[in-house]
Write a protein that binds this ligand. Structure first.
Ligand SMILES: [Zn+2]
Length: 280
């Protein structure tokens, strides 16, 4: 990961300003190190290095998580990285807390730092390969990533927008036990050459039924705006990987039971020993 830092440094990015903890200890000397570059490994000698793209509500985290279990590679979601760092009292946590509390977006540099820290830890533990979820979000992030490591494949999960909207509006949380459910029952018949889509609802047990609440931001207006922003940001990133022949477009045919086997087929993994039930 030293390579990431080297790549960032010429652009005037220094990390030392971040690195004073509440104990007043400076981490700057440990942050910028000069390890040899060993991120570009022969694909035959390492595990997959994949990226998952997909709009909010498409289930990207679920499929990325399942594949990482199947292939034995770390599933790295930037949202988790941020939460982990916030709870760790690590060198970045104070600055992160300030940014998050002000409702601001984290800069590319901070996201890259968190990611490189995580990849370094993985390497130190002898893990190779990764599945990135929610990263890269911008062309600049994609370029930085491209500069230091090889991305083998970018899987773009797609689902019809009307279906995503219905699924998002169907989400419910139990105010007592925190369980997540979905009341939307989607059964669209195939027409005009377009395949049908079937997604079963995820209904709550009777004990939760009277306690269901809807998240305040799961309104039609907010979901549509979230999707619009996502598409605006992601299209250049998709194009970046499409032009390099690395983008695999995958139209989800439905829920997990319908989609998981087809996704494995599309990735030539259908002969893999899969212990995860498609019906989960
Ligand atoms: Zn409950």
């Amino acid at each position: 990961m030293a390579a990431l830092r080297r790549l960032l440094k010429p652009q005037g990015v220094t990390f030392s300003y971040i690195c004073t903890t509440h104990q007043g200890r400076s981490f700057s000397s440990t942050v910028i190190t000069d390890k040899p570059i060993h991120l570009r490994q022969d694909p035959k000698n390492r595990n997959v290095q994949w990226v998952f793209l997909g709009c909010p509500g498409v289930g990207k985290g679920t499929y990325a998580g399942r594949l990482s279990n199947l292939l034995g590679v770390p599933h790295i979601a930037t949202g988790d990285l941020v939460r982990e760092e916030l709870s760790s009292c690590g060198p970045l946590s104070q600055q992160l807390a300030e940014i998050v509390n002000q409702g601001k977006l984290l800069s590319d540099e901070i996201i890259i730092r968190l990611l490189s820290k995580r990849l370094e830890t993985g390497e130190a533990n002898g893990k190779s390969g990764f599945i990135l979820d929610g990263f890269p979000r911008t062309i600049r992030q994609a370029e930085i990533l491209e500069g230091v490591t090889d991305i083998d494949l970018v899987i773009n999960l797609k689902l019809r927008e009307d279906v995503i909207l219905e699924k998002c509006l169907g989400r419910r949380i139990c105010s007592q036990c925190g369980g997540n459910f979905n009341l939307a029952s989607i059964d669209i018949k195939a027409e005009n050459g377009k395949p049908g889509i079937y997604m079963a609802p995820l209904l709550p047990p009777p004990s939760c039924e009277s306690k269901l609440i809807t998240r305040a931001d799961d309104t039609e207006e907010v979901v549509k705006e979230r999707l619009r922003i996502y598409h605006e940001m992601s299209q250049p990133v998709e194009e970046f990987y499409r032009s390099r022949g690395k983008l695999l477009e995958f139209d989800l045919p439905g829920g997990i039971p319908e989609s998981w086997p087809k996704l494995l087929q599309a990735l030539n993994l259908d002969d893999h020993d899969d212990k995860q039930s498609a019906a989960a």
